[in-house]
Design a protein around this ligand. Structure first.
Ligand code: ATP
Ligand code: MG
Length: 278
């Protein structure tokens, strides 16, 4: 696998450009509560089921909740890394039921969301080192486009921006793309419409966002996929069990599987291109 490093340089227009880890995918949203964490967990699970070695990094430094949705009680977490007590590789924990690894955050630690830049850079660099050991690394980001989000999503080959059809979610998704564009991040952003009433409504939601991006930003973020609204999601979160274990045939589970297949296909294509250009 190519060396995973992300360093910021400026291109000739003075805009920042980044070297990204080819196997890192960030999951973002403008507005909070749209389903990023649930989606990150389910996508990790689907990719692991397909035989990939997957790491899920809880990058929501202020409001970590991967462990909460899965009912885990991590003995070590990001706080140990940030305090300099442990290296990032030492806080990885196996999530046996899902067949993937997790780096847990620490809920309610406001200090983690206000990390000094240097610490954040160090964390990012450690994450990129760890990424070399995996086929795919997913980062569950905090909502919005603050410094932490920008830094972590800059290290990812692509960012999946999750939105629902709620007007506020759409407006905030647009703001994410706009602000991300100014920071040189939006080129690799794809859209995931979550909690869609049905396929037709999901397509409508995407089109609304696309139109705004085309008209005002001259950007065309592609649609990566849509996930239907499904009562099984709440049910599985309440039971702290992944949906692919408890309700694998539910609409939402199948929709995420489809997105996972797309990502796997994309990864294979990238590998082929990388091989043929050697
Ligand atoms: N496809 C879906 N169908 C039905 N409900 C969903 C779906 N996706 C997410 N939800 C609901 O949305 C809630 C929020 O999900 P989640 O915590 O994953 O969002 P989040 O974007 O990570 O939030 P935050 O920004 O606070 O981290 C879940 O508790 C779940 O009930
Ligand atoms: Mg979350």
């Amino acid at each position: 696998m190519p060396e995973a490093t992300a360093e910021q340089t400026n291109n000739k227009n003075g805009k920042p450009t980044f070297r990204r880890a080819p196997n890192v995918i960030a999951i973002a949203s403008g507005k909070g509560g749209v389903g990023k964490t649930w989606f990150s967990i389910t996508l990790s699970h689907a990719l692991a089921k397909a035989g990939k070695k997957v790491l899920l990094f809880d990058g929501d430094l202020g409001l970590a909740n991967v462990d909460v949705q899965l009912g885990l009680m991590p003995k070590r977490d990001l706080n140990d890394v940030i305090r300099g007590r442990l290296g990032l590789d030492k806080v990885i924990q196996e999530y046996e039921d899902g067949g993937f690894d997790i780096i847990a955050g620490r809920s309610g630690q406001a200090s983690l969301s206000a990390l000094p830049s240097q610490r954040l850079t160090l964390l990012r660099d450690q994450l990129l080192d760890v990424a070399n050991e995996y086929d795919i690394v997913l980062i569950d980001l905090g909502a919005g486009v603050d410094r932490t989000v920008r830094m972590l999503s800059a290290s990812a080959a692509r960012t999946l921006l999750v939105t629902t059809d709620e007007p506020t979610s759409l407006t905030d998704a647009y703001a994410f793309i706009k602000l991300g564009s100014a920071a040189g991040l939006s080129k690799n952003v794809g859209v995931v419409v979550n909690q869609a009433t049905n396929e037709k409504e999901g397509a409508k939601t995407y089109k609304t966002l696309l139109k705004a991006c085309e008209n005002f930003l001259r950007l065309k973020p592609p649609l990566v996929g849509m996930v239907r609204h499904d009562p099984k999601v709440k049910d599985t979160i309440r039971h702290q069990t992944p949906i692919l274990t408890r309700s694998p045939n539910s609409d939402a589970a199948q929709d995420v599987q489809e997105i996972a297949n797309l990502i796997l296909h994309d990864l294979e294509n990238r590998k082929k291109t990388a091989k043929s250009s050697v």
